[in-house]
Design a binder for this molecule. Sequence first.
Ligand code: 16G
Ligand code: ZN
Length: 540
Amino acid sequence: AVLLNSLTEASNLYPKEEGVTYSYGTAGFRTLGAKLPAAVFRTALLAVLRSKRLEGASIGVMITASHNPEPDNGVKIVDPSGEMLDPTWEQHATALSNCPSTDSLISTFTTLATHLHVDLSQPASIIFARDTRPSGPDLVKALEAGLHAFGDNVKIKDVGVTTTPILHYVVKATNDQSGTYGAPTIEGYMQKMSKAFKELVGIRGPLVPLFVDCANGVGSSAVDTMIPLIEDVLLLRPMNTATGTKGALNDECGADYVKTKQAMPPNLAQLGTLDKPGTTGCSFDGDADRIVFYYVEDATRTFKLLDGDKIATMAAVYFKELLLRTKLTGEEKLSMGVVQTAYANGSSTKYLESRDIPVECVQTGVKHLHHAAKKFDIGIYFEANGHGTVLFSPHAIETLRKASPVTLEAGNAIRHLLNFYELINQAVGDAMSDMLLVEAVLAHKGWGSAEWNAGYQDLPNKLEKVIVPDRNHFVTYDAERRLSHPVGLQELVDIEVGKYEMGRAFVRPSGTEDCVRVYAEAKTKEDVEVLIGNVARLVQ
Ligand code: 16G
Ligand code: ZN
C-alpha cells in the first residue's frame, strides 16, 4: 500500500496526454520527445517488474531514437542477457503506457504483477543511459521518478550519455555470473575491445587511418575514448562530432543517410575527405548501433557503398576460412551461418550460397535476426542498413578454449576466433565493435576497401515509402517477402517483377512509421526505377 501510494503520487506528475496512443514496437516506444515523458515513466514501472520477476537481475533502459530526427526520442528495455526485451512482455509495456489515468495505471500495474507472478518485495536493479538528444535529460527525470517511487528496493545505475550497444554491454556484463565477459562499465568495454583488436591486428599495423562520421551523435564520445587506446595500430579520424549543435544530429550524415541516399555525407564530399586513393570512411548512426563503410573508386571517381550485407559476407567467408584452419572435426566441428532479411541485396545471398555458407532469411528487426543467429555456433547477422553482429555459442567458446591445436596454423586460427569473440559485441549490433571487426579482417586479408568490395557487385536497388490509409491492411508471410493481404496484390506484384531481368520486389508495412515500404532490385538502375514506381502504384 505504501508502494501504491508513492506510485500514485509520482504518476500524477507524469499524466498521459489524451489522444496519444503508444505502441512498444521494434524500436521500443518512439515518437516526438515531447510526447514521451508519460511513456518513459511507465517504462520504469515495467522495467522494475521485469527485474523483480527475474529475482533482481539487472534490466537496462536506453533512451534514444537512433537514426531518427533530433526532436524524436524513444525508450527501450534491455533484458539481463543484454538482448532486447522478451517479446512476450512488449504487450505489457504497451498496456501500461496507454492507461488513461493514474488509477487505471495502478490497477493495471497490480494486475500485471499478479498475472506475471512478480513478488513485489523482491529487489530490482535498473541500469540506464541516454543518447545526446536535447529531450534526453527530461526523459531521464521521468524515468527516475518512476524508479524512485519504489524506494530503496530498486538499485539504480546511471551510465550517462553513451551508445546503445555500450548500455547493452554494461547490462550483459553486470549479469554475467562467470565474471569473464568484462567489467560492467564504459571503461571495461573500451579495455576489452581495444585489447582484442590490438591482438588481432598484431604486427600487421599500423593500418591506414579511418574516417568515422559520427552523425553528430553519441558515437563521437565513444570514438574519442577509443582513439588513444588503439592509435598505435589504427588512427581514427572522427568527423561530424557536433553533438552540441542544435539540429545537427543525423542531419545529412550518419549511416541511415548514407545507406538511403547511397551517397556520402555532403560535408565529407565537399571537404574531399576520401579523395586520396586508398582512403575509407564509415558512418555510425545516431546511437552507434549501425555502421556502413564507403570509398571513392579510383578509376571512375564514383562512390562505393559497403553496407551490412558486405560486412556479413566478408565476415562469413573469413570465419569459414578460420574454421577450416582450426582443423576441428567430429564433435568439435563448429557450425556457421548467416541471417539476413528481405532487404539483403540478391547478389549477397547468391554469393554466400555459391560458397556453401548457409543463409537464412527472417523478418526485419534485430530480435528476429538475433534469435535466428543463435542456432549456429557462429551466427552472423546483419541487416543491409548496417545493424548486426556475430554471435558465438557457449559450445563454440568452450570448444575453442579447450581445443588442442594440431599445428601452429590451427593454434593461430583458434586464437584469432577467440579474439574475435572478445571484440564483437555479443548482445547487439555495435558500430564501434563492427568497425574494428572489419578493420581486423581487412588487416588479416591485406585488403583495402576496393578488394573487399570486389567479392560481388550489388544489384541496383531502391527503397521507397508509400503512405496508405491503413498499413495494417498489409499482411506479409515468408519473412516479409510476400503479401497475403490485400488479397490479390501479391499476384500483381509478381507479374510486374517477372518483367525485369533479376527483378525482385516486396511490400511490407513499416514497424516504426505509419507507412508501407516498397523495395525493388533488378539488373539495371533503369529497370529498378520503373519496377519500384509500378509496384508503388499498385500499393496506393
Ligand atoms: C528498427 C529496428 C531495425 C529495423 C528498422 C526497420 C531494432 C533495434 N531496430 O529500427 O533493425 O531495420 O526498425 O524499420 O530492432 P521499419 O519497420 O520502419 O522498416
Ligand atoms: Zn541505431
